[in-house]
Design a protein around this ligand. Structure first.
Ligand code: SF4
Length: 323
C-alpha cells in the first residue's frame, strides 16, 4: 500500500533485438532500466533528458500503453500491472495522455465532436450524440476553443488549436493523472507559452497531476514542482525544481543546464560541452553509463554502477562523486 497517487518502482522496459533468418532474439534494448519515482495529487514531475533516454517509453509504460518487462506501478494504491480486461479498461479513465505531435495524433478525417467524444463513447459516458456533443462543447470551452468548432475537422486547425483539441480529448473523461509527452515541442515558440499556461490553469482548476515529459529545460522549469533527469534509461538526478536548477549535482545535469542556461541575475554560466554521442542502450557502458562522456570521470566510474542516493531534502543523485 502506498500513500502517493502514483508510485513507480524499479520499472523496466526492454525491447528484444532479433536477427538472422530465424529472427532469434540476440540482445535487448534497455529503454527503461529500473526507474523509481512517485507523484502526489496535484503535483507535476518533469521528466527530462536527451532524445532516446527512455522518458517517453517510461510515460507509455506507466500508462500501460506498452507491456512492462519488470517493476510495479501503483495508482491510488492499486498495482496497474496486475490489472487486465474490464478492470484495466475502467482504471484507464483515471489516467490519460497528451501526445507530442497534435498533427499525427489526431485523425484529420474526424470532426472535433468525434475526436474528443470518442473516449466518452468508449467508456459508455454518452448515451446519445446530443449528450456527447454537449460534453464535448463544455470541454472545448475549458481549453479555450469555441463550442462552434464541434463539427469542424482537425485539419482545419492550427498546431496550437490542435494541441488544445488533444488536451480536450485527454481531459473529457475527467482523469486524475495526465502524462504529457513533449506536448509543446512540435509548436511554434510563440504558441508554446499559451499551451503551457493552459496546462497550468487546468491543473489548478481540476487538481490534475502531471508527468510532464520534455527535453526543453526552460519549459520544465516553468511547470514542474520536481524534476527527474534521465540518461540511458535511468534517473540520474531528481530534486525540487529550484534545487535542481540552482544546485545541480550530477555532471550530466550540469552539462544539460549549461547548454540551455536560464538567466540568473549575477550568475555567469560556463558552457560544458559533452564529448561523444549518447551510447546505444543495446550495449550500455559498464559502471556508470555516463562515464564515457563525463568531464569528472574517476577510475571507479567504469567499474562500479552508481545508485540513486539521497543527498539533501528530496534531492537524489546517482554519482560516485557523492559516495
Ligand atoms: Fe561522472 Fe563518475 Fe559521477 Fe558517473 S559516477 S557521473 S562518470 S563522476
Amino acid at each position: 500500500m502506498t500513500g502517493h497517487l502514483l508510485d513507480v518502482r524499479n520499472l523496466k522496459k526492454y525491447f528484444p533485438v532479433r536477427s538472422g533468418i530465424l529472427q532469434k532474439i540476440t540482445g535487448q534494448v534497455k529503454a527503461v532500466d529500473g526507474v523509481t519515482f512517485f507523484l502526489d495529487k496535484g503535483e507535476t514531475l518533469g521528466l527530462v533528458g536527451e532524445s532516446g533516454c527512455g522518458k517517453s517509453t517510461t510515460g507509455r509504460a506507466v500508462l500501460r500503453l506498452l507491456p512492462v518487462t519488470e517493476g510495479d506501478v501503483f495508482f491510488r494504491g492499486r498495482n496497474l500491472l496486475a490489472l487486465s480486461g474490464e478492470n484495466l479498461r475502467r482504471a484507464r479513465r483515471e489516467f490519460q495522455m497528451v501526445f507530442q505531435d497534435p498533427f499525427a495524433s489526431l485523425d484529420p478525417r474526424m470532426t472535433v465532436a468525434q475526436l474528443v467524444g470518442e473516449p466518452l463513447e468508449a467508456h459508455g459516458l454518452a448515451a446519445t450524440v446530443g449528450e456527447r456533443n454537449d460534453k464535448v462543447a463544455a470541454i472545448l470551452e475549458e481549453v479555450g476553443l469555441d463550442a462552434s468548432y464541434l463539427h469542424r475537422y482537425a485539419f482545419e486547425f492550427s498546431g496550437g488549436q490542435r494541441q488544445r483539441i488533444g488536451i480536450a480529448r485527454a481531459l473529457v473523461l475527467n482523469p486524475s493523472l495526465v502524462v504529457a509527452d513533449e506536448p509543446v515541442s512540435a509548436l511554434d515558440v510563440s504558441i508554446q507559452a499559451q499551451v503551457i499556461n493552459l496546462l497550468v490553469e487546468l491543473r489548478e482548476k481540476y487538481g490534475l497531476t502531471y508527468l510532464f515529459i520534455a527535453h526543453d529545460l526552460s519549459v520544465v522549469r516553468h511547470i514542474s514542482d520536481r524534476v527527474a533527469v534521465m540518461y540511458l534509461g535511468r534517473i540520474v538526478e531528481m530534486a525540487k525544481t529550484e534545487a535542481l536548477f540552482l544546485n545541480p549535482l550530477h555532471p550530466y545535469t550540469q552539462a544539460l543546464l549549461s547548454a540551455a542556461p536560464v538567466p540568473e541575475p549575477g550568475k555567469k554560466e560556463q558552457r560544458i560541452v559533452l564529448g561523444g554521442d549518447v551510447p546505444s542502450p543495446l550495449n550500455p557502458p559498464s559502471g556508470c553509463p555516463f562515464h564515457p562522456r563525463c568531464f569528472r570521470v574517476m577510475d571507479r566510474c567504469s567499474r562500479d554502477v552508481p545508485h540513486l542516493q539521497k543527498r539533501g531534502e528530496g534531492h537524489f543523485v546517482s554519482c560516485h562523486l557523492y559516495d
